[in-house]
Design a protein around this ligand. Structure first.
Ligand SMILES: [Zn+2]
Length: 144
């Protein structure tokens, strides 16, 4: 597992990832997450489920509260979408809308969800909305 970047550094800059870096910066501004510590990781086969393209892991008691894991082999478009998607989940955790119970089950607005199908979870529906804005984020990032 390679650490791509930490929240206080410009991430992705050792590759042609400058654009992604700017997109992350924009999304963090839009969602008021500038002060939230997030680490990003690529090449995460040992972490991600087989059918998972990206995930955010939440460590409420750690200095770095969020770790976002992303598959490196994604297309640029998918990569941008998944970054934005996972940052929305960070925002949901930060606001307290999304949380996890002691049993590991997700809670949304205090209600526990255990049997619902993954894609229908309300926090997933919300996170997928920002994926539709990925083109806007790319355009804004190119102007920075
Ligand atoms: Zn999600």
């Amino acid at each position: 597992m390679n650490i791509v970047g930490k929240e206080d550094k410009r991430i992705f800059n050792e590759r042609s990832y400058n654009l992604f870096d700017k997109i992350v910066w924009l999304a963090r501004q839009d969602l008021q997450l500038e002060k939230v510590a997030i680490d990003f990781y690529l090449n995460t086969d040992n972490v991600l489920d087989d059918d998972s393209l990206a995930e955010v892991h939440y460590f409420p008691h750690n200095k770095i509260k969020y770790k976002i894991f992303i598959r490196e082999e994604l297309s640029k478009t998918e990569f941008v979408k998944k970054i934005l998607h996972e940052i929305v989940h960070v925002s949901q955790f930060e606001s307290g809308l999304l949380s996890r119970g002691d049993n590991g089950a997700y809670k949304w607005r205090g209600k526990e969800y255990t049997r619902n199908f993954y894609l229908n979870f309300p926090w997933e529906k919300e996170a997928r909305k920002i994926e539709l804005l990925s083109g806007d984020y790319v355009a804004r990032a190119r102007k920075i």
